[in-house]
Design a protein. Sequence first.
Length: 380
Amino acid sequence: MTIRLPHGVYEPRNEPAVFAGGAALASRTVFSAAHVVADPYADASPDSPAAVDWDATLAFRRHLWSHGLGVAEAMDTAQRGMGLDWAGAAELIRRSAAEAKAVGGLIACGAGTDQLGPGGGSLTQVRAAYEEQLALVEDSGAQAILMASRALASAARTSDDYLSVYSHLLRQASGPVILHWLGPMFDPVLEGYWGSSDLDAATSVLLDVVAAHPDKVDGIKISLLDAQREADLRRRLPQGVRCYTGDDFNYPGLIAGDERGFSHALLGIFDPLGPLAAQAVRILDTGDVAGFRRLLDPTVELSRHLFEAPTRFYKTGVVLLAWLAGHQSHFTMVGGLQSARSLPHMCRAYELADGLGLFPDPGLAETRMKSLLTMYGVAE
């Protein structure tokens, strides 16, 4: 088998790597932030409400659960705020939470303020929007992830505004939640979150929120693509509060940890890497850190490629790989974001994923990649 890519001929592997499913992971809590599968037959424009293929979307979550991973639902990987509106996210949360209950899967769901729309609102409206979404997540039976809010970033004038809103929400939460710090590389509107563009000052505000309500914070999901800052932050967390890495550039070392601690994981890259990532953590469960690193370290090149700037468009590569791997029948995305990455970018993603053995049927992946190339006018 060979495939002619724009930069030359590539010879795909003949056999996939084999990653067996299994029970929940032991030494780390690991969530995969899962993508949604669009309905390719819907008569929808990029500005229309999201048209979701619910059967395929839930089947992908069952795939992740079958490997022992948790699902982080309705996060930015699911195109939250980039095609998936609050009505669609609410339906996704309800359906996925019910599916998780049916199969015994671990699930946490994003609660934000996106029903306010691009205009945002006052601090009172932001707080009410958070309350509505927090109630829906908890009523569904899922753990809540308090997502970083574009509306709060717009409405807040000082760090005290963040302290006030988050303290109010944590007092209301029925159980421990995960706080989410998403950096501006993932969403430029979130520049200056926690009241300052100085990351040391912002970190202090976040830690003040946690210190005031440690019984209501399960952990912090940090997505700043700064391994040292994450390691420093997790060492300052109160006993029992976890750090969930969201660093898609440096995750192997952060999960492996050091003599002063380690990070759990809530990662978008664990959508395409699900089975491999789960197997790596099972190796880590045995205490074999070197074996864990040998399996997971080679995936970083793919992850850094998918998450290269502009990072917010990483979802295109995630869905491309899901299609090539046979998890969905098409390469169509909510909001038309299948066009958000270039052909050379997608070709490199294919090569790297194939090299890792991520495609259960390499022949199917090759055939589908050739069809994409043909659509772009690349002759065999």
